[in-house]
Design a protein around this ligand. Sequence first.
Ligand code: IDP
Length: 142
Amino acid sequence: MAVQRTFSIIKPDAVKKNVIGKIVSRFESNGLKVVASKMKHLSRQEAEGFYAVHKDRPFFKDLVDFMVSGPVVLQVLEGEDAIAKNRALMGATDPKKAEPGTIRADFAESIDANAVHGSDAPETAAIEIAYFFPACEVYAGR
Ligand code: IDP
């Protein structure tokens, strides 16, 4: 499997819980390297644009309200099979269904406040990375 990049968000609930380091440590100890990182309080427009694919879903407004409720950590992770690896480390969307030992099982409260986002495919990873990071802020191959 080739080296890939994926986009990660540590969501407002996990930032409020003070577990940024614990989550990043899971990435690093599982072969994912942080190649871009910044903390940001998303505007409503940024959150709506990021989750535009869900705009017709009943949970869209709650999702956007939650994503603008506090600062988040935006990151690009790089490594072998990074997209699937990150999704495995995150666990299922609903923390009640997430495997023990996954980030969501350990740090998330609910399907709304579920600690992390991770890209689900190479195409979405490329779009999501470019949405928040200009190429000059991604330190690949360091
Ligand atoms: P993912 O984050 O595991 O990829 P998606 O289906 O892409 O899950 O959904 C994006 C986000 O929308 C989820 O992480 C979660 O915060 C929220 N979400 C998804 N489904 C529901 C739901 O049924 N109720 C409330 N929020 C949801």
